[in-house]
Design a binder for this molecule. Structure first.
Ligand SMILES: Nc1ncnc2c1ncn2[C@@H]1O[C@H](COP(=O)(O)OP(=O)(O)OP(=O)(O)O)[C@@H](O)[C@H]1O
Ligand SMILES: [Mg+2]
Length: 253
């Protein structure tokens, strides 16, 4: 089956740092792929390249087999790709509903809407419904995001990505700041959108979490893909071995 999103031989430098040295990656519709690797392996850089936040120096990105130019986050979003960035991109001064609709605000009907007046009540109502559906519990959706806990903020960012994505969701360490209950909720959301046919890419350093939620695992090391596993067949030792370089796989790149 053609992957919904595929990256081939992506190279990305930051000055003299070679963050990606010919990295490849793929994810299919209706699967959760964990992208793992040691600190600095290039995971976040790859996610940024595949969501339009960074432009690769070279390499090919294909959506459903067709090469695409993801030259901005807006371009990626138009193609159905949403991202929860590791360095969270929420607007701290706005409330959760406004964050959910950031860049996609609903306007009032008629002249007011044409003048740019937003329908805040409608956005608040829809946002509340989505937060409920996704199991995100907030005491109030009327407070600025900056007044929420780090974990609640992360949950809002996750909700925003899955509400708007049509093909692929990237989540760069979405559970890193979460307590046990919130973490399980995010993992449930991941499973649910996967079951609806979404391609989900999860970056995590938590190996039990990786093995419990993902269908496949792709391993980055020093800016290249060094191993690929079916989660059901992989052990913790396999994953750690591939990340550290102790275990090598032919043909993984
Ligand atoms: N904006 C930047 N400017 C300069 N170097 C960068 C930049 N972003 C990343 N790098 C470098 O690129 C390499 C890959 O970084 P990246 O953030 O992709 O790693 P990662 O796999 O996400 O690590 P972590 O698990 O710690 O989040 C690192 O050596 C990092 O220092
Ligand atoms: Mg990272």
């Amino acid at each position: 089956m053609t992957p919904v999103l595929q990256a081939k031989d992506i190279v990305k430098h930051y000055g003299t740092v070679e963050a990606l040295r010919g990295a490849s990656f793929e994810v299919g519709a209706g699967e959760v792929v964990a992208l793992i690797g040691d600190n600095g392996a290039g995971k976040s850089t790859l996610v940024k390249c595949l969501s339009g936040a960074e432009i690769p120096d070279s390499g090919t990105i294909l959506i459903e087999g067709t090469p695409v130019a993801l030259d901005s986050p807006v371009a990626a979003r138009r193609l159905g790709i949403e991202t929860v960035y590791q360095d969270l991109a929420v607007a701290p001064e706005l409330d959760p509903a406004a964050n959910l609709f950031l860049g996609r605000e609903i306007r009032r009907k008629g002249l007011l809407g044409r003048l740019g007046v937003l329908d805040k009540a409608e956005m608040r109502r829809k946002a509340a419904a989505e937060f409920t559906r996704l199991g995100v519990t907030l005491q109030s959706i009327d407070v600025p995001i900056s007044a929420l806990s780090g974990g609640q903020r992360q949950s809002v960012a996750v909700a925003r990505s899955v509400v708007w994505a049509s093909k692929v969701v990237f989540m760069d360490e979405p559970t890193a700041a979460l307590g046990v209950v919130q973490r399980e909720k995010v993992l449930d959301v991941i499973r649910r959108v996967r079951d609806e046919g979404m391609a989900v890419v999860l970056i995590s350093h938590n190996m039990p979490e990786v093995l419990s939620v993902s269908d496949r695992v792709e391993v980055l090391r020093l800016g290249r893909r060094v191993a690929r596993f079916t989660a059901a067949e992989a052990t913790l030792e396999d994953l750690v071995g591939a990340m550290t370089g102790a275990l090598t796989q032919e043909n993984a790149a």
